[in-house]
Design a protein around this ligand. Structure first.
Ligand code: ADP
Ligand code: 5GP
Length: 210
C-alpha cells in the first residue's frame, strides 16, 4: 500500500511548523514534503530541507513543464509542490506531511487520484496569532496586518478539511494531531481490497464493495 498524504494548512502563527516538527519526531516514517518557493531564504533555513529556493524564472519553467501538483502565490511569493516528489515518496510507502495554503488545497481537491487527509490548525482567538507571530525569529520582516487579514479569509475555508485542531494548549493539540495521524493510517478507505491486508492463501482476489 502507498504512504499516507496528510495535508496541513493554518493561518500564519497558528503553530503548524511547531506541531508538524513534533509529530515527525515521534513518527520517523512521516516526512515533510519540501516545496519550491521564490521567497528569499531566512536565516535559520536550509536549501533542500526547508524549501527549494528558486528564481521566478525557474518556478515558471516548472509550471510550463507541468511539474507542479499545486501552486499558489502566498504573501507575495510563489510556492509549489513537485508532483514527482510526492508520487515517489508515496510509492516508497513514506507518509508525507504537505504544508500548503488554502489556495493549494483548492487545487489539490480539484484533481483526481491523490487521496489525502486534510487538517486545519488554528488557535481559538485571532489575537493569539499576532502574539505568536511577534515571537518568531522572522518577526521583523512580517507584514502582520496582511497576515491577520489573510487569516480571516483562510478560516472561512474550514469546510475543505477533515479535521480541525485547536492549538491553544500545545500538548493537547499534539495529542489530537497524533490521534488523527494514527486513525488515518488505519482507515478502511485506504484499502481497495482485503488482499492488501491479508493473505488468504488461495487465488481469491475479489475487491471489497465500498
Ligand atoms: P506557523 O508555522 O503556523 O506560522 P509556528 O509553529 O512558527 O507557526 O509558531 C509561531 C510561534 O508560536 C512560535 O514561536 C511557537 O513556538 C509558538 N507556539 C506554537 N504553538 C503554541 C502554543 N500552543 N502555545 C504557545 N505558543 C505556541
Ligand atoms: P512560509 O514562507 O512562512 O514558510 O510559508 C508561507 C505559507 O506558504 C504557509 O501558509 C504555507 O502553508 C504556504 N506554502 C508553503 N509551501 C507551499 C506549497 O508548496 N504550496 C502552497 N500552495 N502553499 C505553500
Amino acid at each position: 500500500m502507498n504512504g499516507l498524504l496528510i495535508v496541513v494548512s493554518a493561518p500564519s502563527g497558528a503553530g503548524k511548523t511547531t506541531l508538524s516538527k513534533m509529530l515527525m519526531k515521534e513518527f520517523p516514517n512521516l516526512k515533510q514534503s519540501v516545496s519550491h518557493t521564490t521567497r528569499p531564504l531566512r536565516e535559520n533555513e536550509t536549501h533542500g530541507k526547508d524549501y527549494f529556493f528558486v528564481s521566478k524564472e525557474e518556478f515558471s519553467d516548472m509550471l510550463q513543464r507541468d511539474e507542479l501538483l499545486e501552486w499558489a502565490t502566498v504573501h507575495g511569493n510563489l510556492y509549489g509542490t513537485s508532483t514527482k516528489y510526492i508520487r515517489k515518496a508515496l510509492n516508497n510507502k513514506e507518509d508525507i506531511l504537505l504544508d500548503i495554503d488554502v489556495q493549494g488545497v483548492r487545487k489539490l481537491q480539484g484533481q483526481e487520484g491523490i487521496p489525502a487527509i486534510y487538517v486545519f490548525i488554528s488557535p481559538s482567538k485571532i489575537s493569539t496569532l499576532e502574539k505568536r507571530l511577534s515571537n518568531r525569529p522572522d518577526k521583523d520582516v512580517l507584514d502582520y496586518s496582511q497576515r491577520i487579514s489573510n487569516a480571516k479569509d483562510e478560516v472561512k475555508e474550514f469546510g475543505r478539511y477533515d479535521h480541525i485542531i485547536i492549538n491553544d494548549d500545545l500538548n493537547q493539540a499534539l495529542q489530537c494531531f497524533k490521534k488523527i495521524y494514527l486513525a488515518s493510517k488505519t482507515s478502511r478507505l485506504r484499502y481497495a481490497s482485503y488482499n492488501e491486508f491479508i493473505d488468504l492463501g488461495d487465488e481469491t482476489n475479489t475487491p471489497i464493495k465500498k
